[in-house]
Design a protein around this ligand. Structure first.
Ligand code: SAM
Ligand code: SF4
Length: 472
């Protein structure tokens, strides 16, 4: 029985409610008046219900799809401007006791396993800082014996205390297996930014088929993780996602939106981000057995999500090709990774492989971060390395009112400029510096409030004189 406020995942992700929503969506998608009503509602930037989004998921004529993309772009620009927040994933350990069919780290894949020592981690962090990164997403398989929570906490401490000249990691997000409320509390105390956990699939029978063993095999334990974290563990900043390709994408979008509605209902704030990983080939994984999502459908579902949750950060990963990433940025993505490595220890020693060890999956975009940034700036995007909100306590329910009042553009836009300026001063080559400086000049002129514009200009000068980490 569907109940948005229930603590039971079988009730807040109720299968019958999803099927009914999809059925109704399929039927109403040919009703032009209804589609127009929903698009008009989306234009108000107040989001859509999962039932309304279901209708848009079944729109199939090119003309309406194009209008949806244009609207997604308009909403994105109204809220986020041309900013794209940059981050890098960092793999700590590939030990894993779970047996997820789609993942190269699954337990029965007989590969060589390892985890970073604190010394190796320091080398990785220095390499990431030398690339200009300020925000990391820690990744690890689940294995309490080889990779306990204490190890993750120690790694967070090492990361925050490793500095390279002007470089430092200012925000550590963590993507580790579902855990207890007590462990979430400890992560928070250690300086956790966002806790990210992908649902993989919201369809319970498929979930149970995909997860053949280990703690992750329990659908309830996994799906209720954010409730434990937010209601008992003190987390206020969480990110959800689905691994597209495991089950029907329409169903997954319903699951994501219902999960977001649920968190908003019980915790007072929805997810800070939604990630969109798409299944990629991995070692020891039979790729032909999946329901791969085409580029057209992927773009469609991303646009609908942007219309449904206008204020939620949307994360694009290097799983997508450079060319396709451009299209997706245009219609809604607000964060992306660059220069990613999806194996343990790949930043400090690129190309050095351990015999018998495999990455988690094979990447589609392998450009260096600097080339990714050049591409972004040429396309008119402003790369942001900002981490100010979380460090100023503007997270969870304190972030959303800021976002919704439009104040975000007076705060995030100058912060993006300041952090990109730092990047240009410390890491860029001449070509990127010239492109970036021009962009910052143009953006400065576009800051509406005069006092904020003047203050930003002053901060830019102070950065040139050698100061760092200036922010609003
Ligand atoms: N072990 C933790 C877990 O499973 O929740 C977190 C880290 S896992 C390294 C991060 C994510 O990678 C998984 O949640 C899954 O969605 C994604 N992933 C696994 N196999 C993949 C594949 N073959 N292609 C794309 N993404 C994959
Ligand atoms: Fe382990 Fe996560 Fe891979 Fe599953 S997805 S096998 S839990 S690393």
């Amino acid at each position: 029985m569907y109940d948005v406020r229930s603590r039971d995942s079988n009730e807040f992700i109720d299968d019958a409610e999803i099927l009914e929503s999809l059925e109704e969506g399929r039927r109403l998608a040919s009703d032009r008046t209804e589609v127009e009503r929903i698009l008009n509602r989306a234009r108000e930037c107040r989001g859509l219900t999962h039932r309304e989004a279901a209708v848009l998921l079944f729109v199939d004529d090119e003309e309406t799809l194009k209008r949806m993309y244009a609207l997604a772009r308009e909403i994105k620009e109204r809220i986020y401007g041309r900013r794209i927040v940059m981050f890098a994933p960092l793999y700590l350990s590939d030990y894993c006791v779970n047996n997820c069919r789609y993942c190269g780290f699954h337990a029965s894949n007989k590969t060589v396993r390892r985890k970073l020592s604190q010394e190796e981690l320091r080398e990785e962090v220095l390499a990431l800082e030398a690339l200009g990164h300020k925000r990391l997403l820690l990744e690890a398989g689940e294995d309490d014996r080889n990779c306990p929570l204490d190890y993750i906490l120690e790694c967070m401490h090492t990361i925050y205390s490793t500095k390279l000249r002007n470089g430092s990691i200012r925000r550590v997000n963590v993507d580790i297996a579902a855990t207890t409320a007590e462990n979430y509390r400890r992560l928070k105390e250690a300086g956790l930014g966002t806790y990210i956990l992908f649902q993989e699939t919201y369809h319970k029978p498929t979930y149970e088929f995909m997860h053949r063993g280990g703690p992750k095999a329990s659908y309830e334990w996994h799906t209720e993780a954010m409730d434990r974290g937010m209601l008992e563990g003190g987390l206020d900043d969480v990110g959800i996602g689905a691994l597209f390709g495991l089950y029907d994408w329409h169903y997954e979008v319903m699951g994501l939106l219902m999960h977001a509605e649920h968190l908003e209902a019980v915790a007072g704030v929805g997810p800070h981000t939604i990630s969109f990983p798409r299944l990629l080939p991995a070692e020891g994984v039979d790729y032909s057995a999946y329901r791969l999502v085409s580029d057209r459908d992927f773009k469609h579902l991303i646009a609908v999500t942007r219309l449904a949750v206008p204020y939620t950060g949307m994360i694009l990963t290097t799983r997508e090709s450079a060319e396709f990433r451009r299209e997706l940025l245009d219609i809604g993505m607000s964060q992306m990774s660059a220069g990613s490595c999806v194996g343990v220890g790949g930043y400090a020693h690129p190309g050095r492989t351990v015999p018998g060890e495999t990455p988690q999956f094979h990447l589609a975009d392998e450009r260096r971060p600097e080339d990714v940034l050049k591409g972004l700036v040429r396309d008119g995007y402003l790369p942001s390395f900002c981490t100010a909100c979380y460090r100023s306590g503007r997270t969870g329910d304190r972030f959303m009112p800021l976002a919704k009042s439009g104040e975000i553009s007076n705060c995030c836009q100058p912060n993006a400029m300041l952090t990109f300026k730092e990047y240009l001063l410390d890491y860029a080559d001449d070509e990127l510096r010239a492109l970036g400086e021009k962009m910052i000049d143009d953006e400065l002129a576009g800051i509406a409030r005069e006092s904020r514009r003047n203050q930003t200009a002053l901060y830019l000068k102070r950065l040139e004189a050698g100061e760092r980490d200036l922010r609003f």
